[in-house]
Design a protein around this ligand. Structure first.
Ligand SMILES: Cc1cc2nc3c(=O)[nH]c(=O)nc-3n(C[C@H](O)[C@H](O)[C@H](O)COP(=O)(O)O)c2cc1C
Length: 353
């Protein structure tokens, strides 16, 4: 583990050595990646939306058996079983709860009462203001460069906006992969960086080698945003399969969505009733049609085909634009070491007034 470090409000808040977060990526951020990140001195976050509650409990225990360092769990605030997942987080003494969507005031209070640090991920200033007012301890703000579901506003514009709007620590996400980015984020007033794609591309990530090779070969222009998977803007590698999703007729798209919904039901252990309730929660307040709600099950299933089964011809590869500039597969320990060493070196040679 590198000895060089930078103390920030994030490292103080969660008790990690370095102001670096490995984000909760579905099918990617499992016990092996999270514990390797934690042992490297950064904050690893387990992705739980693609696990059943029982799988989540055993994944948490597996991380605990591999590391003594703090780590987090990412969950969907609108999941019908969110309360059960929160109970597992509290019971197991998990340090951080991270949320893909803004959690309710009640959920935040419950976690905080139990001593869990609450860090929602947001993509707009008003969402940051809302969760800060509800008691969130920090926020991760993701700009449009980032992988997976993403917004339109670039990190360089969104981050200073959010830093100015809230008094809690802000962690910058979307487009970060090295020490220069960490220094830039700190200069904007952030308390650290969160990286998804960079941690997917490590030797500790369980993503099949052939899939990692596709990311490594990608240029920046090969990373695209499409709504073809679930109706929401989603950043991923452009492949023939993604193009075929975009050109498929409505009937074919719906037929596949129904197949995937039933596949997701099987692997997630959810009942149709729970899936319907989650679908309704997703639809709430958004202009989503029922077919888009059904398509929501496409995301985890299409991601699984690539990230678990290695079928890039049948699955999608969520990715940030940084895939176009990454060309190696360090271990998490090497990655964190390199980022910290470069950050300190870069910070040391900035022009002085
Ligand atoms: C393969 C992949 C899967 C992802 N899955 C999720 C997810 O399940 N939940 C979530 O909140 N964010 C998810 N994301 C978004 C990341 O957590 C993170 O916010 C994003 O990757 C940051 O941008 P970067 O890739 O430029 O570092 C995913 C991203 C990738 C690349």
């Amino acid at each position: 583990m590198t000895s060089a470090t930078l103390k920030t409000p994030l490292t103080e808040l969660v008790g990690v050595r370095h102001p670096i977060v490995q984000t909760g990526m579905g099918w990617v951020a499992g016990p092996r990646l999270v514990s390797a990140t934690a042992n490297a001195g950064a904050l690893g976050v387990l992705a739980s939306a693609t696990m059943s509650p029982e799988q989540l409990r055993s994944a948490v225990r597996e991380v605990k058996s591999r590391t003594e360092a703090p780590f987090g769990v990412n969950l969907r605030a609108d999941a019908s079983d969110a309360a059960e997942r929160v109970r597992i987080i509290v019971d197991e003494g998990v340090r951080v709860a991270s949320f893909a969507l803004a959690p309710s005031r009640e959920l935040i209070a419950r976690l905080k009462d139990a001593g869990v640090v609450v860090i929602p991920s947001i993509g707009a200033r008003r969402h940051a203001e809302k969760v800060a007012a509800w008691g969130a301890d920090a926020v991760v703000v993701q700009g449009g460069e980032g992988g997976g579901h993403t917004g339109e506003v670039a990190t360089t514009v969104l981050l200073p906006q959010v830093v100015d709007a809230v008094d809690i620590p802000v962690v910058a996400a979307g487009g970060f992969f090295d020490g220069r980015g960490l220094v830039a984020a700190l200069a904007y007033g952030a308390a650290g960086v969160a990286m998804g794609t960079r941690f997917l591309l490590t030797s500790d990530s369980t993503v099949p080698d052939a899939v990692k090779a596709k990311y490594l070969a990608a240029q920046v222009k090969d990373v695209t945003v499409t709504r073809a998977v679930d109706g929401l803007p989603h950043r991923m590698l452009r492949t023939d399969f993604v193009s075929s999703l975009e050109s498929a007729g409505r009937a074919r798209v719906l037929a596949r969505a129904i197949r995937h919904a039933s596949g997701f039901r099987r692997v997630s252990g959810m009942s149709w009733r729970e899936m319907l309730r989650d679908g309704l929660a997703m639809r709430h307040g958004k202009e989503l049609s029922w077919s888009q709600v059904l398509l929501a099950a496409n995301t985890p299933m299409l991601l699984r085909s690539s990230m678990v089964d290695g079928r890039t011809d049948l699955g999608v590869m969520a990715s940030g634009q940084v895939a176009g500039v990454i060309d190696d597969l360090p271990s998490c320990a090497e990655l964190v070491e390199q980022v910290m060493a470069q950050a300190l070196e870069v910070a040391g040679r900035l022009p002085r007034p």
